[in-house]
Write a protein that binds this ligand. Structure first.
Ligand code: SAH
Ligand code: SF4
Ligand code: F3S
Length: 473
């Protein structure tokens, strides 16, 4: 009998890039593989299966995957020698979907390539690779008609106090710069009941906060009760009734689908956290049109006004692209003005990067790299300034923090526990593992450009050594 035949428990290492949907998918991939004996490990050493869950959103995505594959190949070879059985190296996610064939051509030692819509079929793929008549390689980048979600097993691995739940996937918007409609396919919404059931399971496993995910989450239109169609507000009202679930969030929204009912939910629902990530991309209507965003900058301003009326303390966040083809100095100044007008609590900004196969990749009037850099620097200075001003407003305030994990060993947060404020500040507190999974009040005593610090105020935890550091992320 070989060593491998005796080994029933196997190690699974997953490295994840990209958006929160990919983080959720990685959890679900580990759920699917658990009945096959795979247990998650946080290192590629001794891994019997290695999965790279990849992102294709901006340039160099594919190069990053190849360099990681090169780094991981020796781990695969070593473990194969040690166990005398096949170690699987897999590429998943959006690069797999977009460039599956290129991957296996350039890295023939990759055993498995699977897209975001096929991972419920992993048991079958794994058995084709490790069974008696083993295949050399499996590539599955279909968009299967049957729903992945209906075929996935129940949550096997707890996500902890703050959990993700995918409710919608894919995108029909086709912004001209974006690969998502091609890598994730057409919009699909899960049924309200299946989402409520999954939320109950997450709460049973210790979740106090659930972040509903979708590439276009506020376009959600799933099967409701009694044959009706449910929208995102319906779902939020239903989920807010779940006992033990204290916090709800949703991401990422599109400005066009920010309707009055959803805005109303922000005013009605205590559990819906006062933070919203609503990407605008540009402040120029000409550029928004060329991006096929299907909304204007005024429409965005009006939505924010209504949101702030419904929930005055709501913290606004956004994504902005600078240097889209045809963006002039005037267009960029309109973006700067919009950022000044809205006053964001946080905002991500990127240089435009041409993605193969997207309509914008064929556009003329490209913006020079040095101009993009200069614009990005100016924009980021403005955003940092706003973020600092925003953080200063928390001085002397007490905010409830949900602590959900330990800091990562070997990183800056080692020895800390981490949590989140209602406004999505990331918080680190020294030690105190027993607070993980709890919502605890923190009194803010110091503010910095991208962080705050303070003390735990709950009497049970009175202690002068409980200094906290609160960061925006
Ligand atoms: N579904 C979300 C965002 C998905 S991608 C939405 O509709 O907004 C996340 C962010 O990456 C985008 O908001 C955009 O700002 C940025 N992004 C996407 N494609 C890009 C590209 N080709 N170049 C630069 N940034 C890009
Ligand atoms: Fe991409 Fe636009 Fe769809 Fe967002 S809405 S995922 S940016 S195509
Ligand atoms: Fe990246 Fe795919 Fe998400 S391209 S941002 S991992 S949907």
């Amino acid at each position: 009998m070989t060593h491998s035949a005796q080994k029933t428990q196997k190690n699974l290492y997953i490295k994840t890039w990209g958006c929160q949907m990919n983080v959720y998918d990685s959890h679900r991939i580990s759920d699917v593989l658990k009945p096959l004996g795979y247990t998650l490990s946080d290192t590629p050493e001794n891994a019997d299966m290695i999965v790279l869950n990849t992102c294709h959103i901006r340039e160099k995505a594919t190069e990053k995957v190849f360099s990681e594959l090169g780094r991981l190949k020796p781990y695969k070879e070593e473990q194969q020698k040690k166990t005398e059985s096949r170690v699987l190296l897999a590429v998943a996610g959006c690069v797999a979907q977009a460039e599956g064939n290129i991957i296996t051509e350039r890295a023939p030692y990759v055993d498995l390539v699977f897209g975001p819509q096929t991972y419920h079929r992993l048991p079958e793929m794994v058995s084709r690779l490790t069974g008696e008549r083993r295949k050399k390689r499996v590539i599955d980048t279909d968009f299967p008609v049957e729903s992945k979600f209906d075929s996935l097993p129940e949550e096997q691995n707890s996500q902890g106090a703050a959990a993700f739940l995918s409710i919608q996937e894919g995108c029909d918007k086709f912004c001209t710069f974006c690969v998502v409609p091609y890598t994730r396919g057409a919009e699909y919404s899960r049924s309200l009941q299946s989402i409520v059931d999954e939320a109950h399971k997450l709460v049973d496993q210790g979740a106090k906060e659930i972040n509903l995910l979708g590439q276009n989450v506020n376009a959600y239109h799933g099967e409701g009760l009694n044959g009706s169609t449910a929208n995102l507000p319906d779902l939020l009202y239903a989920l807010s009734k779940i006992e033990g679930l204290e916090r709800l969030r949703y991401t990422t929204s599109h400005p066009r689908d920010m309707d009055d009912l959803l805005i109303q939910a922000h005013g009605d629902l205590e559990k819906l956290m006062p933070f919203l990530h609503l990407p605008i991309q540009s402040g120029s209507d000409k550029i928004l049109d060329a991006m096929n965003r299907k909304h204007t900058s005024d429409h965005y301003r009006e939505s924010i006004q209504k949101l702030r009326k419904a929930r005055p303390d709501i913290a606004m966040s956004s994504d902005i692209i600078v240097g889209f083809p045809g963006e002039t100095d005037e267009d960029f100044e309109e973006t700067m003005q919009l950022v000044r007008d809205i006053d964001f609590a946080s905002c991500y900004s990127f240089k435009y990067s041409a993605r193969p196969g997207t309509p914008a990749a064929a556009m003329q009037n490209l913006v020079r790299e040095d101009v993009k850099t200069e614009r990005l620097t100016r924009l980021q200075e403005l955003i940092s300034e706003q973020q600092y001003t925003y953080n200063k407003t928390f001085m002397g305030k007490t905010i409830p923090i949900l602590f959900d994990r330990k800091g990562k060993e070997g990183s800056k947060s080692a020895g800390f526990i981490q949590g989140r404020s209602p406004y999505n500040h990331a918080i680190h507190v020294k030690g105190q593992d027993r607070l993980i999974g709890q919502i605890v009040d923190v009194h803010i005593t110091q503010t910095r450009p991208s962080s705050l610090s303070g003390d735990i105020v709950t009497s049970e935890y009175e202690s002068s050594d409980l200094k906290t550091v609160v960061g925006q992320n």
